[in-house]
Write a protein that binds this ligand. Structure first.
Ligand code: FAD
Ligand code: SIN
Length: 531
C-alpha cells in the first residue's frame, strides 16, 4: 500500500511535532510514530528548556556554559546560533499554548548542573508532558496533518531499493520516504514524500539501566546509517547522575533541577563528596557527577548514593517537584524528610546523524532534528536542558530552509517498489530476540558504560559482532515484527557506539577511558565520524 504526502515525519516528540506544525503551511504532512502519539522521551522531560530570558543573564554566559560542559568539542558557530535563537522559540511555544511555570517576575527559571545562571524555563517538573500536550492539541486540529500511531518505520527508501546495493555513489543518495510496519494490521506500507524528517529520538534502551522509555531504540540512527548517511560522536552517551535506585525499568529520573534547588549529594557516611571532585560540588556538569558517583560506589561497595533535601523548605519542594514527590512517595520515600537513594543511568545520546546548520543530512531529501541528530551543539557532553532547545531551534531552521529552497525536495521516482517479504517466514523463535536484546543491554552496561578501557571495548566488540551476524541472518529469513526491527537497530547502534569509542584515543567529556588521559589540546578536537 502506498501513502503519499508532501512531507513525511518519523517521530512525534518535540522535534517531529514542532516541525510538522510549521511545515504544514507548505503542504500535506504524514507523521508516523511507533506507539501512542505522546509516547516519546519528550513526554518524560522534567527540568525544562534552557534559554536566556532573564535580564541578569546574557547569551555569552549560555554559550560559555555549553562549550565548557561539551569539553570544547561543540561547534561554536552552532552553539551561538542555537543560544541566540532560543528566546524566540520559547515565545513561540508560549504562543502555541504551552503553560510554563510563572512567578511574580514572569517566567520561573530553574538552575541545573553546569549552568552559571538560572535559565531553565519549565512547567513544574513535567515540562515535556506539557509541551507534548500543547503541540498535539494544535496538530490534531490541523487539516494538513495526519498522524499514524503504532506505525514503526523499518528503513528509509533510497536508490538501494530501486537499483540494489552498491549501484549509487555515496554522495548522491536520495531519500523518498520510508517502509513502515502498521503494527495493528501487520502490513508494511510504503510512505512516500519529497522530504523526510527523522525525529526518532535517542537510544537509551541500548543500556540495561536508562531513563528512556522503551521507544528509545536508536531506530533513526540505524536507518540513516544503513541508508548511507554520515554518523558522528556516538561514543558520547550521557549518564544522568540521579535516577531513583531500584525504581524499575525505565529508571525514574530525579531531575537535576532538584540539585539546582539546593539538594546535596551525599554518600552513605553522609559526606558531601562532590566537593572533592569539582568546585561546583553537586551542581557540576553531568559527566563529572556521574563519574564521581561511579568512583564512590566502586570504592565503598555501596549500591547507591543519596540526595539530601531535608534542609530545604518542604512546601517549596512539593510545589516545584510535585511529580517527583508523588512518585517517590509510592516507593515509600518522602523527599522532604528522607534521603533519596540514587544511581546513574543512560540518559542521552550526544552523537547521531550529522546535519548542517539547517538540519540537512548527507542524504538528499533527508533531514534530522532532535536527539537523533548530531548538529555540533553538544560536543562531548550535553549541557542540561539544551536538548529540547536544540529540537525547537532546528525544526524551525529546517522549515525555513525548505521554504527558501523548495527545489531541494526530491522528485518521487515512479518505480519505487512495495515491500517484498517473499521467502521469509513467521518465526516461532522469539526467545532469540528477547535473549539478544538483553545481552546487548547487559554488555553495553558492563563494558561500554561510564568508565571504559580498550580491553573492555574490544571484548564488547567481539560479542556485538556475533550478535550482529545472528540478527542479520534471522532478519533475512523472518517476517518483520516490531521486536525484530528494534533488535536490528539496537545491535547496529551498539556497534556504532563501540566503534566510535574505540576510535577516540583520549578521554573527553562523557568518554572516559582508563587507557588515555583527558587531553587539553585543541589539535585533538575532532568529531568521530562513521560513514
Ligand atoms: P523523542 O521525544 O524521543 O521522540 C521520538 C519519537 O520518535 C517518538 O514518538 C517515538 O515513538 C518515535 N519513533 C522512534 N523510532 C521510530 C520508528 N522506527 N518509527 C516510528 N516512530 C519512531 N531534555 C531537556 O532539554 N530538558 C529536560 O528537562 C529533559 N529531561 C529529560 C528527562 C527524561 C526522563 C528523559 C528520558 C530525557 C530528558 N531530556 C531532557 C532529553 C529530551 O527529553 C530528549 O532529548 C528530547 O525530548 C528528544 O526529543 P525528540 O523529538 O528528538 O525525540
Ligand atoms: C533533568 O531534569 O535533570 C533532565 C534535564 C536534561 O536532561 O536536560
Amino acid at each position: 500500500m502506498k501513502i503519499q504526502s508532501d512531507f513525511l515525519v518519523i517521530g512525534s516528540g518535540i522535534a517531529g511535532l514542532s516541525y510538522a506544525l510549521k511545515i504544514a503551511e507548505l503542504g500535506t504532512v504524514a507523521i508516523v510514530t511507533k506507539k501512542e502519539k505522546a509516547e516519546s522521551n519528550t513526554n518524560y522531560a522534567q527540568g525544562g528548556i534552557a534559554a536566556v530570558v532573564s535580564s541578569v543573564d546574557a547569551f555569552e554566559h549560555h554559550i560559555n556554559d555549553t562549550m565548557k560542559a561539551g569539553a570544547y568539542l561543540c561547534h561554536r558557530n552552532i552553539v551561538e546560533m542555537v543560544v541566540k535563537e532560543g528566546p524566540e522559540r520559547i515565545n513561540e511555544l508560549i504562543d502555541l499554548g504551552v503553560q510554563f511555570t510563572q512567578n511574580i517576575n514572569g517566567l520561573d527559571l530553574g538552575k541545573e548542573g553546569g549552568h552559571s545562571h538560572h535559565r531553565i524555563v519549565h512547567a513544574a517538573d513535567l515540562t515535556g508532558k506539557e509541551i507534548e500536550r500543547a503541540l498535539l492539541a494544535k496538530i490534531s486540529a490541523h487539516p494538513n496533518i495526519k498522524i499514524y500511531e503504532n506505525h514503526i518505520s523499518i528503513d528509509l527508501i533510497t536508490e538501494h531499493h530501486l537499483f540494489g546495493a552498491g549501484k549509487q555513489s555515496h554522495d548522491s543518495i536520495h531519500c523518498w520516504g520510508a517502509y513502515v510496519l502498521d503494527v495493528e494490521k501487520n502490513v508494511v506500507k510504503t510512505f512516500l514524500a519529497s522530504a523526510t524528517l527523522l525525529a526518532t529520538g535517542g537510544a537509551g534502551q541500548v543500556y540495561l539501566h536508562t531513563t528512556n522509555p522503551p521507544i528509545a531504540t536508536g531506530d533513526g540512527v540505524a536507518m540513516a546509517y544503513r541508508a548511507g548517511a554520515s554518523i558522528a560522536n556516538m561514543e558520547f552517551i550521557q549518564f544522568h547522575p540521579t535516577t531513583l535506585y531500584n525504581s524499575g525499568s525505565p529508571s525514574f529520573l530525579i531531575s537535576e533541577a532538584v540539585r539546582g534547588f539546593g539538594a546535596i549529594l551525599r554518600n552513605k557516611r553522609g559526606e558531601d563528596f562532590m566537593k572533592k571532585y569539582d568546585p561546583q560540588g553537586s551542581l557540576a556538569p553531568r559527566d563529572i557527577v556521574a563519574r564521581a558517583i561511579d568512583t564512590e560506589l566502586k570504592r565503598s561497595g555501596d549500591e547507591c548514593v543519596y540526595l539530601d533535601l531535608k534542609h530545604l523548605n518542604s512546601n517549596s519542594i512539593m510545589s516545584h517537584f510535585p511529580n517527583i514527590y508523588e512518585r517517590c512517595l509510592k516507593f515509600g520515600i518522602d523527599i522532604t524528610k528522607d534521603l533519596v537513594p540514587v544511581v546513574p543511568a543512560a540518559h542521552y545520546s550526544c552523537g547521531g546523524v550529522i546535519t548542517d546548520e539547517n538540519g540537512s543530512t548527507s542524504i538528499n531529501g533527508l533531514f534530522a532534528v532532535g536527539e537523533v541528530s548530531m548538529t555540533g551543539l553538544h560536543g562531548a557532553n550535553r549541557l542540561a536542558s539544551n536538548s529540547l532547545l536544540e529540537a525547537v531551534v532546528f525544526s524551525h531552521r529546517v522549515v525555513e530552509s525548505i521554504k527558501k529552497n523548495r527545489a531541494k525536495g526530491n522528485e518521487i521516482a515512479n518505480s519505487i517498489p512495495n515491500w517484498d517479504d517473499s521467502g521469509t517466514i513467521n518465526s516461532e523463535e522469539w526467545i532469540l530476540i528477547s535473549h539478544n536484546r538483553k545481552e546487548i543491554q547487559q554488555l553495553m552496561w558492563d563494558y561500554v558504560g561510564i568508565v571504559r578501557s580498550n580491553h573492555r571495548l574490544e571484548r564488547s566488540q567481539r560479542r556485538i559482532k556475533l550478535i550482529l551476524e545472528e540478527v542479520k541472518d534471522f532478519y533475512k529469513r523472518t517476517k518483520v515484527t516490531e521486536e525484530l526491527i528494534e533488535l536490528r537497530n539496537l545491535s547496529c547502534v551498539a556497534d556504532l557506539i563501540i566503534r566510535s569509542a574505540l576510535e577516540r584515543k583520549e578521554s573527553r567529556g562523557l568518554h572516559y577511558t582508563t587507557d588515555y588521559p583527558f587531553v587539553d589540546d585543541i589539535n585533538w578536537l575532532k568529531d568521530t565520524i562513521i560513514t
